[in-house]
Design a protein around this ligand. Structure first.
Ligand code: IVH
Length: 668
């Protein structure tokens, strides 16, 4: 790279920084004359170079432009996530895997870093100047938040000395507990939204379109990784952190540990330290320190094998049970639910928690009016740990178990050996029907976009849907008259329903919501029987041949398909145009140009829906992948193809258009 280009980059970086100081912070660091001098130098060099000048060069922009939406930025190297551990045993397993992969006498050192509870950011530097910063997004691309990052403490705008020409530095943007308290107080006084936790506050503050708001929110940063350029920069995580720290990045206190005992001890020490820290942490991250060893260990799925997050136990909180109610699920199971005085648990307001079943309810002896301890299991699903009122006088009596369904009044039954009680109302119970419909249209079922829970409930309540087949026979004109149902919504919904009428056998089986038949079983059934007809004709013996299928599943399947009402519903669906495709194409034409090829589809098409194209391509024996890589054989690019097209071109992948696609496909 020659000197002109290097200087241009440097000037653009500096000028962008000065723009920010001037326009966002009202606090210029140089005089207007000095600014103009730099700007002129840049304009001259750009002219001298004679290459197209990017739109965002300070010579092309006036003032400081706040984008109306955040631009997407592809990370040069994908941003991985971390596997979690919740016990010492899982850490032992983590270490054992390293011992299995690395040579026997390898000395493995682990670096321990607190796991900051904020949001991951990728900052890209070119020739030592910050070019952009982006959120993690899906790990492949995130949102450009450069303007907002400039006010975050712990991030230098430029780097000195020997740094890679193209360099990605990664870390966590967070809000300290003190800034969080201060912000919430201000928000409350102004009658504005109060944030549930520092993490949400940090995320909300970073996604401000007006960068001066972010600047007032006092965000901070800790660096913990690099992307592009990292391997050339350091040979270990400890070296990396110390070099980044010298460059002006904030880094955390770390320790190098050599065995599991040291790791367990260190974890305990930090758990005790946690409440006194000025920022929230939710565990410890252990990483293999040496980069060569990291590279040998590699990654699985989207997390490295060389790092793990040992999470701290869930936060437990006390609240009061206001009522115990009963909820009816998709297969009629009636579950007791504790309705509680809302309480903040690990950053989320919780007011309802399942009590699982009547045995659990009796065992925990939770009653209305009780003081209870709640937590979020795996930090997600709220649960009642125990009642603090057990043994106290003057408690309310235990909640009685319903003998009829709280929704449809049908009798309640309890099967032998089962913990659950169940409504016998079947699909005449509106609660069951609602859940059945939600499951039917869900992501892993028919995957009908825009068909949310509220819509499903309203359609059942208003009598538009009596069976799952009715999903394909909706009176859209009437639905269009409902409040909040604009033309666009209806058109989209109609299209979504239409486009999903072709479905693979495994999805179809799963969508039916047959008791005991989850996704894995549905897939096994589809692979084994290949067609719906064969599955329906299967005897108990045939079914039991499949690995995943035991007596219970077999009985449930036989019962489902023998039921005349279910047969009617299936027939009705076919009348409405549902087509069940085999999961595996029975006869793949091995001479077809797509047979065995890895194909990626991108952009929009005019003649065919992407999803339909995907199914048809799979039928032709192609493997349809979601991202372009060096293993991709063909990219099918429609209109407005973006980053995937670029990547394919870079990698030399064959690119074809819609016309070619249609040519390849059988008549549709
Ligand atoms: S390393 C390849 N180190 O945790 C490993 N992540 O659950 C990339 N996080 O997305 C991450 N503190 O947002 C790493 N000291 C730390 C961390 C940390 C917090 C976050 C980060 C990451 C998430 C994964």
């Amino acid at each position: 790279m020659d000197n002109i280009q290097k200087r241009i980059h440097q000037l653009r970086g500096q000028l962008k920084g000065h723009n920010y100081q001037y326009y966002v912070l009202d606090d210029p660091k140089i005089s207007d004359a000095e600014y103009d001098k730099l700007l002129r130098e840049l304009a001259d060099l750009e002219a001298k170079l004679g290459e197209p000048v990017p739109e965002d060069s300070p010579t092309q922009t006036v003032g400081f432009k706040a984008d109306s939406a955040f631009q997407s930025r592809k990370h040069a190297v994908p941003m991985l996530s971390l596997a979690n551990a919740f016990s010492d045993e899982e850490i032992q397993g983590f270490i054992r895997r390293h011992r299995d992969i690395l040579v026997d006498d390898a000395v493995i050192q682990y670096i321990a870093e607190p796991k900051v509870d904020g949001l991951a950011i990728n900052i890209y530097y070119e020739f030592g100047q910050m070019v952009y910063a982006a959120t993690r997004g899906d790990g492949i691309a995130g949102e450009d938040v450069t303007d907002n990052i400039r006010s975050v403490a712990g991030i230098p705008w430029s780097l000195d000395g020997d740094v890679p020409e193209k360099f990605e530095v990664r870390g966590e943007v967070y809000m300290s507990k003190a800034s969080f308290a201060e912000l919430n107080q201000k928000q409350q006084e102004a009658g504005d939204k109060v944030f549930a936790n520092p993490r949400n506050a940090a995320a909300g503050s970073l996604r401000q379109l007006d960068a001066s708001i972010t600047a007032n929110r006092k965000l901070s940063f800790f660096a913990y990784a690099t992307g592009l350029g990292g391997e050339a920069y350091a040979t270990s995580q400890s070296e990396l952190l110390s070099k980044l720290s010298k460059q002006g990045f904030a880094t955390q206190e770390t320790a190098l540990l050599k065995d599991e005992q040291a790791m367990f001890q260190h974890y305990q020490v930090w758990m005790k330290k946690r409440p006194s820290l000025d920022y929230e942490i939710d565990g410890m991250v252990f990483k293999v320190d040496d980069f060569k060893q990291q590279q040998l260990l590699g990654s699985v799925a989207r997390a490295p094998r060389w790092a793990i997050a040992y999470k701290f136990p869930a936060e437990e909180v006390e609240t009061t049970v206001e009522a115990i109610t009963w909820q009816v699920g998709r297969t009629g199971v009636i579950t007791p639910v504790a309705n509680m005085k809302p309480a903040l648990v690990a950053g989320v307001m919780v007011s309802r928690a399942t009590l699982h079943n009547i045995q659990e309810l009796a065992r925990k002896d939770v009653r209305e009016g009780d003081r209870v301890i709640i937590r979020r299991a795996g930090d997600v699903i709220p649960e009642v740990v125990k009642s603090l009122s057990v043994g106290e006088a003057n408690r309310k009596p235990p909640t009685s178990v319903p003998s009829t369904c709280p929704v449809c009044d049908a009798a309640v039954e309890q099967e032998d050996g089962e913990a659950a009680i169940r409504c016998t109302g079947g699909l005449s119970c509106s609660a069951q029907l609602k859940e059945r419909i939600k499951h039917f249209v869900s992501r892993d079922g028919f995957d009908i976009e825009g068909f949310g829970s509220k819509l499903a409930e309203a359609l059942v309540d208003k009598g538009f849907i009596q069976t799952i087949a009715d999903v394909f026979n909706l009176d859209f004109e009437k639905v269009a008259t409902w409040e909040g149902m604009g033309d666009k919504k209806i058109t989209n919904l109609k299209q979504a329903v239409e486009s999903r009428k072709k479905i693979t056998l495994s999805r179809f089986i799963y969508a039916l919501g047959i008791r005991h038949v989850g996704q894995a079983t549905a897939t096994s059934l589809a692979q084994h029987f290949k067609t719906l007809d064969a599955l329906q004709a299967a005897s108990e013996e045939d079914l039991l041949e499949i690995n995943d299928v035991g007596q219970e599943v077999a009985a449930s399947l036989l019962h489902f398909f023998a039921e005349p009402h279910n047969q009617q519903v299936l027939q009705q669906m076919f009348v409405y145009g549902v087509v069940v495709l085999d999961d595996e194409t029975p006869e793949v034409d091995n001479n077809h140009p797509l047979a065995g090829k890895t194909v990626v589809i991108t952009g929009s098409f005019s003649q065919i829906k992407r999803n339909q194209a995907k199914i048809l391509l799979q039928q032709l024996g192609a493997k349809v992948a979601s991202a372009v890589s060096k293993n991709t054989d063909i990219l099918i690019a429609g209109e407005k193809a973006g980053s995937k097209l670029k990547k394919a071109e870079e990698l030399g992948v064959t690119v074809v258009d819609e016309a070619q696609l249609l040519d390849w496909l059988p008549e549709v």
